[in-house]
Design a protein around this ligand. Sequence first.
Ligand code: HEC
Ligand code: HEC
Length: 266
Amino acid sequence: MYFFRIMLLPFAVLPAVSIADSLIEKGHYIAQLANCYACHTDTENNGVAFAGGRAMETEFGTFYTPNITPDKDTGIGLWKDQDFTLAVRSGLSPDGSHYYPTFPYNAYKNITDQDITALKAYLFSLKPVKQQNKSHKLKWYMSRFSVTMWKMLNNFLQPSAKINPARGSYILDTLGHCNECHTPRNSLGMLQMDKRLTGNESLSAPDISAAILKDWKTEELTDLFSDGVLPSGDYLSDHMAEVVEFSTSHWKQPDLKAAIHYLTTQ
Ligand code: HEC
Ligand code: HEC
C-alpha cells in the first residue's frame, strides 16, 4: 500500500508544482516589463531586490519607495489579492488612502487580471526581507489629501481612453509606462495625452513619437532596447539606461517586435 502511494506521489505533486512555477515565471517577466525592480530596489546602496528604500527626487520632494517583499511586518506579506490589485491598478492602499502618482498606477490601470495574479505570485515567491519603510520628505503642500483631489481632477479631465488592444500598446503604455517620462505634463502635473510621447524637457526625455522614430531603422531601435546603444554609438544615460537594463533588454523577441512596430506607427 505504502509503496503504491509513494509511486503515485510524484504524479500527484509534480503538475501542481509546475503550474505554480510557471505562474511565478510569468509574474517575473511581467515585473520586468513593468520595471517594478528599478523603483523598488535601492541599487545605489546595494539594497536587496524589492525591499524598497530607493530615493526618488522630484520637484515635489523626495519619495522613498516601500518594501514590496512578502515580509509580514515591514513588507506586503499580509496583503490579500484584492489589496494588491487595488494598489497597483487604482493607487489605493489597504487602509483606503491614495498613493502618490510617482507610483505609476495611472499607467498600470489596464494590467490584466491574469498578469496581476502572476505578479503577486512572483513577489510572494521571493524571500521576505525585514526592512522598515522610510517616510517621504515632501513639500509642505503635498499630502494624501492633495493626492485625493489630484486623482479626482485627473480622472475627471482625462476619462479613460479606449484601451488599445495592440500588444505594443500593452507593453509600452500600460506595463512599460513610457508616457510617465516621455509625455509632457501640464502645470498640475497631469499628462498631456494629446501630445503623447513628444518628450518631457524637465526630465530630459526626448520626443519618441512615431513622427520621429519612423526614421529610425529597426536595427537601431533593437540595439537601443537590447543594449542601450544609440545610433551615434553613445550609450544612453541615467534613467533610460536603467529602463533598458532592468526592463527593455528582457523583452522577448515577439514583444520587442510588437513594441517597435507600435512606436514607429502610432
Ligand atoms: C517609477 C517608480 C515606481 C515603479 C516603476 C513602481 N513603483 Fe510601486 N511604488 C512607488 C512609490 C513611490 C510608491 C509609494 C507611493 C506612496 O507612498 O504614495 C509605491 C508603492 C507601491 C506599493 C504599495 C506598498 C505599500 O506598502 O503600501 C506596491 C504594492 C507597489 N508599489 C508595487 C509595485 C509593483 C508591483 C510595480 C511593478 C508592476 C511597481 N510598484 C512599480 C514607485 C514605483
Ligand atoms: C524614468 C524615465 C523614463 C522612462 C520610464 C522611459 N524613458 Fe526613454 N528616455 C528617458 C531619458 C531621460 C532619455 C534620454 C537618455 C539619453 O539621451 O541618454 C530617454 C531616451 C529614450 C530613447 C532614445 C531617443 C533619442 O532620440 O535618443 C528612446 C527610443 C526611449 N527613451 C524609449 C523609451 C521607451 C519605449 C520607454 C518605455 C518602455 C521609455 N523610453 C521609458 C527617460 C525615460
